[in-house]
Each structure stands twice: as structure tokens, then as C-alpha cells.
Design a protein around this ligand. Structure first.
Ligand SMILES: Cc1cc2nc3c(=O)[nH]c(=O)nc-3n(C[C@H](O)[C@H](O)[C@H](O)COP(=O)(O)OP(=O)(O)OC[C@H]3O[C@@H](n4cnc5c(N)ncnc54)[C@H](O)[C@@H]3O)c2cc1C
Length: 403
């Protein structure tokens, strides 16, 4: 029996595993999914935890729940090494770090994603908060709660980065804090959302302005201290008091990814793949998601998004199946469907195929529906969908009883 090891249970890895398990195998392989956490995280909806619009189980279901009865073995462990010559991976048990496991593989899918670099500015390592994982979201919730309890005057939040993450965070934090918050976005670019369609940028600017969120553009963070942040504006420097600094800038890769003896791109250090998602020179290893450098038909490097990783997962699964069944492999073709951004509690914007742009309730409903359909497994979609439909009714009943 051949063994397929998938490292990382995010958008690339989990969806590869789920699709692999559904393919028509004549001899069923062993499919092993390895992740250091016990949960998958649907990151595009992570912001909704700040405003208590969603519950953690909805956006971060456990792997054991998702994989029950699917024919996929889940191992909760930290991948510490990949021996490319002898085809095995070394994993330390996430719950018992002294326990080391080794898995030999016939095919390997690398999908352990990226990290947020927080060593770019003096003081950042000690004082900034990141927003990438469920633990990050829960830390932010706790910090906001502590400040709400202890601080009668303004809570000052500074968000480094005016990309989608920075803008979405700013709107949600502002809506949570209401009049108590003073939120500011700092970005070195002259505009927010530099990589987004124009319509989304215009809607986002409107949403930020209506919430009195400051945007310091063409401005860099030069230092962060205990309760203060120093900004370099185009015309001078200022040090401001601050309660929370959120760091949303950049994407880097773990020491493990950097240490792999595989071809890495010169600029960002991603692993270079063939159009089939096989790592260059290593046909039995596939790389996808944020850690893979993948280009579209015109040679453009694709962005590090869930949309790309999700689409790659289908190709990766089919190509692994094809390679084990002597069928030809297909080159990955990316279809850019569009972009959703949440703009606070009751607002969102969407752009389809870079053209059609809408905002407000239609975009909010379309975003939720599209994300529901993208959630892993039909069982989880049904559970979450039912909760989303029944929650407003339950809230209505509760307020009726109280009234
Ligand atoms: C807050 C936020 C919002 C986002 N919103 C959007 C959006 O709206 N639309 C969009 O397209 N993209 C969005 N993205 C980007 C998107 O989340 C990523 O591009 C996508 O998750 C990449 O998928 P991946 O499989 O490469 O990595 P990930 O989904 O990050 O998964 C990597 C997995 O590997 C595991 N892992 C890492 N290291 C190890 C190790 N050593 N051992 C074992 N396991 C390990 C991690 O626990 C994780 O589960 C957002 C990202 C964030 C942080």
C-alpha cells in the first residue's frame, strides 16, 4: 500500500486530503494529514470572532470532527524535519513533545503555509500582536476585554498594514469598541489595499472614514515600546501612546521550510514548483498554498491567498492520484474569482472577476454564502448553515421574552 503524507492542515493540505480520499482508487493508499494544531482555521472569517458574530467552532472545527469516517489518518504533531533522500518526515507529538514519530512516504504534499514576520522593527517582537491563528484571535479578544473593563477613556489601537487584513481588522475592532475606540492604520504605501480592485478600495475608504479610523499613509513604523509607537511620516517623526499594536505586514516562512534542500525562489524564499505543483526536480513532492511559488499562464506569481490554495488542492490531489495510477498530470490553472472584504459588523464589499463591485447587505450575504460553501465537509457546512439561520430566530425569541 502506498502512503501519502500531507504536511499542514490548512487550505492547501486539508482540502488535498479530503479530495484524495474521494478519488477512485483501485488500491486505496494510506492518507496521513499532519498538523501541529487540533483544528483547521477558516481564516477569512477569523475577524468575526472579534465582534462575537461567529463562534470558534464554526470557523475552527477540529480535524477529528472533519475527518471521522473519511479514510484519512490525522496526526497532531509538529513536523521538524523532512528527509528528502530517504523519503521520510519526522514529527514530534504535539501533546507529548518527547515522542518522536517517523513517517515514510511515497508521495508528499508540503502545505505548512507562512508566518507573519515580527522582527522587522525594534520592539515589535516584544509588543505587537499578530492575527493569523485562532490563538491570535483569542488573545486579541482577551486583551480588548481587559481594556474595556479597565479603561474608561479611549482605547488606542494601531494597525500596521493597510492590506485586506489591516482594513478588515480595523473595521471590526472599531465596531466592537464603538465610541471607546481610537483606531489607526499605518502603511508605507500611498494607498490602502494596493492589490485590491478599485471598487473594493473605494468602499473600504468609505467604511474607514465613516468609523473615524485614521489612515497614516506613506508612513512607516520605526519603533515600538511599552505603550507607545514611533511613526515616520513623510514630513517628520512622532511618538504616540498606544494600547494595542496589531502587526499584519508581510509573509515569511518557518525555519523548517527555509532549511529544506529544495529549490527556493530568490525573492520571498518560496518553494518553486512545476505547473503540476511538483517541486522542481522532485516529482514525488508537491508544494502548494502560501509556501509554494506558483505562476499563472502569463508568468505572474500568484498571491498567497486561500483562493489559490483551495484551487491548488484539487489539482494536487488529482495529480498525486494520476502519478500513482500511471495517468498524465495536469498543469494548475488559476481562475481569479474575485475578492470579498468584510467592512465591519454589518458591511462588506465584493468584486467579481475584477469587474462587478458591490457593497453593503448584498455583499455581506454573498460573502457568507460563498464562504459557507467553501467550508470543509458537507456535514460542517450543514451544521454551520443551520446555526446561521437559527441564531437570528433564537435572538428574536430571547429579546421577545426579555421585553
Ligand atoms: C486573518 C486572515 C484572513 C485571511 N483572509 C483571506 C481571504 O479573505 N481570502 C483569501 O483568499 N485568503 C485569505 N487569507 C490568506 C489565507 O489564509 C492563506 O493564503 C491560506 O490559508 C494559505 O493556505 P496554506 O494551506 O498554504 O496555509 P495555512 O492555511 O496557513 O495552513 C498551514 C497549516 O500548517 C500547519 N503548520 C505550520 N507549520 C507546521 C509544522 N511545522 N508542523 C505541523 N503543522 C504545521 C498550521 O497549523 C496550519 O494549519 C487570510 C489570512 C489571514 C491570516
Amino acid at each position: 500500500m502506498s502512503r501519502i503524507c500531507i504536511l499542514g492542515g490548512g487550505f492547501g493540505g486539508l482540502y488535498t486530503a479530503l479530495q484524495l480520499a474521494q478519488l477512485p482508487w483501485t488500491v486505496q493508499p494510506e492518507i496521513i494529514l499532519i498538523d501541529r494544531n487540533d483544528r483547521f482555521v477558516f481564516t477569512p472569517l477569523l475577524y468575526e470572532l472579534i465582534t462575537d458574530e461567529l463562534e470558534p467552532w464554526e470557523i475552527a472545527p477540529t480535524f477529528s470532527e472533519l475527518l471521522t469516517g473519511k479514510g484519512i489518518k490525522f496526526v497532531q504533531g509538529n513536523v521538524t524535519a523532512v528527509d528528502i533522500v530517504n523519503c521520510h518526515v519526522t514529527v514530534t507529538n504535539a501533546l507529548l513533545p518527547a515522542e518522536v514519530m517517523n513517517f515514510k512516504y511515497d508521495r508528499l504534499a508540503l502545505a505548512i503555509g507562512g508566518e507573519t514576520p515580527i522582527d522587522l522593527v525594534p520592539g515589535a517582537l516584544e509588543y505587537v500582536m499578530t492575527f493569523r491563528t485562532l490563538a491570535d484571535a483569542q488573545r486579541l479578544q482577551l486583551k480588548l476585554h481587559q481594556l474595556e473593563q479597565s479603561k474608561p477613556e479611549k482605547i488606542r489601537v494601531c494597525i500596521a498594514g493597510g492590506g485586506a487584513s489591516g482594513v478588515e481588522l480595523a473595521c471590526k475592532i472599531s465596531d466592537r469598541l464603538q465610541g471607546l475606540g481610537r483606531v489607526r492604520i499605518v502603511d508605507r504605501n500611498p494607498t490602502i489595499l494596493p492589490n485590491s480592485p478599485d471598487s473594493n478600495r473605494v468602499y473600504a475608504e468609505k467604511a474607514l472614514a465613516s468609523r473615524d479610523i485614521w489612515t497614516d499613509l506613506s508612513t512607516t513604523v520605526s519603533q515600538i515600546g511599552d505603550g507607545e509607537i514611533t511613526l515616520n511620516y513623510p514630513n517628520g517623526t512622532d511618538t504616540l501612546p498606544v494600547d494595542i499594536v496589531m502587526w499584519t505586514v508581510g509573509n515569511t516562512f518557518s525555519k523548517l521550510v527555509q532549511s529544506l534542500n529544495l529549490p527556493h525562489s530568490a525573492g520571498r524564499g518560496q518553494i518553486i514548483t512545476e505547473p503540476t505543483l511538483q517541486v522542481q526536480g522532485h516529482p514525488q513532492i508537491y508544494a502548494l498554498g502560501d509556501l509554494a511559488e506558483c505562476r499563472d499562464a502569463s508568468g505572474q506569481v500568484l498571491p498567497a491567498t486561500a483562493q489559490v490554495a483551495f484551487q491548488q488542492a484539487g489539482y494536487c490531489a488529482r495529480n498525486i492520484w494520476a502519478s500513482l495510477n500511471n495517468h498524465p498530470l495536469s498543469p494548475f490553472t488559476y481562475l481569479a474569482l474575485g475578492e470579498f472584504i468584510s467592512l465591519g459588523k454589518d458591511n462588506a464589499a465584493m468584486s467579481m472577476f475584477g469587474q462587478l463591485g458591490i457593497e453593503g447587505m448584498p455583499a455581506l450575504v454573498a460573502r457568507r454564502l460563498a464562504y459557507l460553501l467553501r467550508m470543509p465537509t458537507l456535514q460542517h457546512q450543514v451544521k454551520v448553515g443551520f446555526n446561521w439561520l437559527s441564531r437570528p430566530l433564537l435572538n428574536l425569541l430571547r429579546s421577545d421574552r426579555q421585553g
